[in-house]
Design a protein around this ligand. Structure first.
Ligand SMILES: *Cc1c(COP(=O)(O)O)cnc(C)c1O
Length: 396
């Protein structure tokens, strides 16, 4: 035991805590849903989960998970290539490929792992990765693990992207990587322009559709469907931990060659445990439900429009977008924190985001809609926002 080390860490921890930037974890006393209870017994309406389709505690999803648990067991106690592949894993890979309109799919324990394992095997030091500067942390870490050169472009700035493509003209492979939906503003990547540029400069396109798969696009396939760029995206990574049920797990979908190569070389796939059967069975069920009916994705989008309109009419400053992420700007940092606290007292659970998660002066409350929300929940939220917004002089 090094006393010195422990006291150094304690000091750093105190710095984080006194900066007001520390993360506190609220403990829930119920399953994840539109209405939840916190451990102190307080009942709140939840507007901060990524439970877009309301499937995290949906009876059909629970049933599919239980059935898979009983038929296929709790866990595999193995990685895929030793003795950890069951027919349901192959079935989920097929369903996912069909859903994303790709040739093949490889499963990971999380999308964080998927992004951690995709770049390093595919790209070497004679390649370049070109990345939107607001991409998710898992993409940034995945890129760090890879020997390829790195270029960044300002968020969704297509002329900077083109400049990066010009600069990297002589490398072997170029890959453009972007989030499909950006989680802080809820905006969608400019995929038509990105695909145009990729074709002009012979680059690959990869989209991380974690905040989109299941509910963005006419049938919920994701941003490629919304942007009408089917067949023009080379690689999609996504999570099962958001719209597709909310448990955990992720995948990469691409051509047969890319996926087979990843099965041979992707380290988080080769050296980490197989996805547990209950999750696999549940996600298969979710994809079946989404293929049969667009009701859930229509419902979350209707909810998002309703809340967006209600808050805009009340005078709030909302960042426009076509997703179920509704950022209500306070701009002032303290105001964002105070407002989230007051809303929680009113029974509305939302999170205030401040620098450095968002730029200085762009503090906000992020509201996330779910198909599990009813009109009653939305009206409660609007009422509380108006009450607290007036109290804090954010609106008249
Ligand atoms: C949430 C998220 C991830 C991480 O997904 P997990 O499956 O929870 O690891 C990766 N990328 C993006 C863009 C995300 O929003």
């Amino acid at each position: 035991m090094s006393k010195r080390f422990h006291s150094e860490i304690r000091k750093q921890l105190n710095t984080i805590i006194s900066s007001g930037m520390s993360k506190t974890e609220r403990v829930l006393a119920t399953p994840q849903s539109a209405e939840i209870a916190l451990s102190d017994g307080k009942k709140v309406i939840n507007f901060c989960a990524n439970n877009y389709l309301g499937l995290a505690n949906h009876p059909e999803v629970l049933k599919a998970a239980k059935n898979a648990l009983e038929e296929w067991g709790y866990g595999l106690a193995s990685v895929r290539f030793i003795c950890g592949t069951q027919s349901i894993h192959k079935q989920l890979e097929e369903s996912m490929s069909r859903f994303l309109d790709m040739e093949d799919t490889i499963l990971y324990s999380s999308c964080f792992d998927a992004n951690g394992g995709v770049f390093e095997p595919l790209l070497g030091e004679d390649c370049t990765i070109i990345s939107d500067d607001l991409n998710h942390a898992s993409i940034i870490d995945g890129i760090r693990l890879c020997k390829a050169q790195r270029l960044r472009y300002k968020h969704s700035d297509m002329s900077e992207l083109e400049e990066a493509l010009r600069q990297s003209a002589d490398v072997r492979i170029r890959l453009i990587i972007t989030d499909g939906v950006f989680s802080m503003d809820g905006d969608i990547a400019k995929l038509p322009a990105i695909c145009d540029l990729a074709e002009r400069y012979d680059a690959l396109v990869m989209v991380d559709d974690s905040h989109a798969t299941g509910y963005i696009g006419k049938t919920g396939r994701g941003t490629f469907e919304h942007c009408n760029v089917q067949g023009r995206v080379d690689i999609i990574s996504t999570t099962f931990g958001k719209a597709l049920g909310g448990a955990s797990g992720g995948c990469i979908s691409a051509s047969k060659e890319i996926i087979e190569f990843l099965r041979q070389r992707s380290r988080p796939y080769i050296f980490s445990n197989t996805l547990p059967p209950p999750i696999v069975g549940a996600v298969i069920k979710v994809l079946e439900m989404l293929t049969l009916s667009p009701n859930l994705r229509n419902h979350v989008m209707t909810n998002a429009h309703y809340l967006r309109r209600g808050l805009t009419e009340a005078g709030f400053d909302i960042i426009p977008s076509e997703t179920a992420i509704v950022p209500v700007m306070t701009c002032d940092e303290n105001l964002a924190v105070k407002m989230a606290d007051r809303l929680l007292q009113e029974g509305i659970y939302v999170i205030g985001f401040t620098y450095p998660v968002v730029p200085v002066g762009k503090a906000r409350i992020r509201v996330q809609l779910s198909a599990a929300h009813s009109l009653y929940h939305l009206d409660q939220a609007i009422q509380s926002f108006v009450k607290v917004g007036r109290e804090l002089n954010l609106i008249d």
